[in-house]
Design a protein around this ligand. Structure first.
Ligand SMILES: Nc1nc2c(ncn2[C@@H]2O[C@H](COP(=O)(O)OP(=O)(O)OP(=O)(O)O)[C@@H](O)[C@H]2O)c(=O)[nH]1
Ligand SMILES: [Mg+2]
Length: 226
């Protein structure tokens, strides 16, 4: 299935680009979304579509999917949402795009990072809320914990997305994204490369469709908790 990669925010775009550069999704279409006009212009060079988003309100609710409806309309049946959580754009819009896509019956994978600890409690809380929403709106999620990148000595300054990209690459050499999402009794964490398991605790985390059978209303409810 030809994937549509949705790059949300500037870090989301970087992650999407790194995934594409790794050759994992050779036929994918790239859709770039940002609230920042300059970043959008800079990041849209190789995009099939680009969308300037409104600056998000403090908290988005499930009823806000009409903001992203015209974006999701452009996606194929297999959607890969890329965002780096913590700031406003990725944290607010990536979950809404995933929700709208999954409610439209699409297959949704969300790949994202959590912020560094030094960025403060507000960013961490915003990212945790977005993560919860993404889990409820995706068939498969893969998370990278940015705060633990410093524990991997081999990583250079330009390798910020390398653990996430290499983990997805390693997993996809064993299984398709659909197989990862829907297989039962498979420990997806086993696909995380050895160098990213510092002190036996991986910097990354896989979650497959843990809410199998969840209703559309249940998914939406997760957006209306806070
Ligand atoms: N893994 C990774 N994390 C990043 C990258 N860029 C930024 N981050 C992290 O993601 C957080 C969000 O940064 P951005 O992606 O720039 O924010 P945004 O989603 O565009 O949101 P705005 O603040 O509204 O512009 C930062 O606080 C960093 O923790 C990146 O290229 N890769
Ligand atoms: Mg931005």
């Amino acid at each position: 299935m030809k994937e549509t990669i949705m790059a949300i925010g500037n870090g989301g775009y970087n992650l999407a680009t790194d995934l594409i550069a790794a050759g994992l999704f050779p036929d994918a279409r790239l859709i770039v979304c940002d609230t920042n006009e300059k970043d959008l212009e800079k990041n849209s060079v190789n995009a099939a579509e680009s969308f300037l988003l409104e600056k998000p309100r403090k908290s988005v609710k499930s009823g806000d999917t009409d903001f992203v409806d015209d974006i999701v309309e452009k996606a194929s049946d297999s959607v890969i949402v890329c965002a780096t959580l913590g700031s406003m754009t990725g944290s607010k819009y990536a979950p809404l795009i995933a929700l709208d896509a999954i409610l439209k019956g699409k297959f949704v994978c969300s790949f994202f990072s959590m912020p560094y600890g030094f960025e403060g409690e507000q960013k961490t809380k915003r990212a945790m809320n977005a993560r919860m929403q993404l889990i409820a709106s995706s068939n498969l999620v893969v998370q990278q914990n940015n705060d633990r990148l410093k524990e991997v000595e081999s990583l250079g300054l330009n390798d910020i997305d390398k653990p996430l990209v290499e983990t997805i690459k390693s997993a996809m050499s064993h299984k398709s994204l659909e197989e990862m999402a829907f297989s039962v009794n498979v420990d997806l964490q086993e696909y995380i490369p050895e160098e990213y398991r510092v002190k036996d605790i991986p910097l990354l985390w896989f979650r497959n469709d843990c809410y199998r059978g969840i209703t559309a209303d249940d998914r939406k409810d997760v957006f209306n908790l806070y």
